[in-house]
Ligand binder design. Sequence first.
Ligand SMILES: *Cc1c(COP(=O)(O)O)cnc(C)c1O
Length: 377
Amino acid sequence: MRVPLVDLKAQYPAVGREIEDAIRLVRDRSDFVSGLDIGLFEKEFAKYLECAEVVGVASGTAALHLALLACGIGPGDEVITAAHTFAATGEAIVHVGARPVFVDIDESTYLIDSNLVEAAITPRTKAIVPVHLYGQPCDMDSLFSIASRHGLMLVEDAAQAHGATFKGRRCGTLGHVGCFSFYPGKNLGAWGDAGAVSTNDRVLAAKVRQLRDHGRSGKYQHDLVGFGERLDTIQAAVLRVKLRRLDEWNHRRRERADNYRTLLGGLLTLPAEREHAESVYHLFVVRTRARDALLEHLRGRGISAGVHYPVPLHRQPAFANAGFADVELPTTERVVDEILSLPMYPELTKEQLDFVVETIISFLQGFPTSTTRRSHE
Ligand SMILES: *Cc1c(COP(=O)(O)O)cnc(C)c1O
């Protein structure tokens, strides 16, 4: 048996035909750019999120970049975020000319530690970018009150958290603006690159709309120096079909997470679930001091596991060379050596999951528990 980390092809029996029909309609209309499906997808995703506006853009990276620009963040500003994230979070901050200020993560959730945020605020701080990593919502009550107290913008990186909720409200609507990626492997994935910005602020939405399309206010009227970062009509058509299944797919991910939890409890450190925060398990990340050996053991038996992410941003050459080499984030640095992402996708069968669990158990039998539990226990 082979078990991939993510299996995009396993989705096609359920939606492949419907998506092909939707794409054929785009071909028949030939409205490939700024076409009918874009506005429809934006309305449908806004309704799903329960927010006023969604603006489709070319990728999650573009969503972050344009959202920060629309918030007025620029040269000389500081933006607080986590180093334990995908590179795009830090790139967007640097591309608007601001400086990322990396704050350490919480030992149990691996998300930005809201207790450390206030100490990182300076007169130059303009925004906080919490990343709902692995599909798990950040501590948005604390972050929202810190942002309000200090007059900061709260820009959510919800690229891994489509449908996740905090106190019943969806990620991407909990701050001032939310940023989504529809990279194919995400919980809601396109058939290529795509992204979106969500907000209740109509002025901000209009600004992102203008920025994504060359700063236009008319066909040949350019009020801003903008970008070519529009969402493709074909991708919007794909996303409209898949959005209708998102809740069902997230539900299945949560079922598989429960299965892992039941079968692996007490053997490895499992993802923490905080009260009021419902994760959509973009990734199911366990933790063990024997991470590298376990990874090799799984791979040798046809199971693709991964590490998200092995090198935090302040240790990446791109950022270390930009003056972050001296930054120390002890929890982040400890966690990245011990985390392991197990196969997780809605179509993962119980048989596949059982095989993953059996393979982990056979590996652990060769190790004393002290070497497999997390180091701080
Ligand atoms: C995927 C991802 C992005 C970037 O999205 P793209 O669509 O690949 O540009 C940004 N932040 C996080 C946390 C992501 O996982």
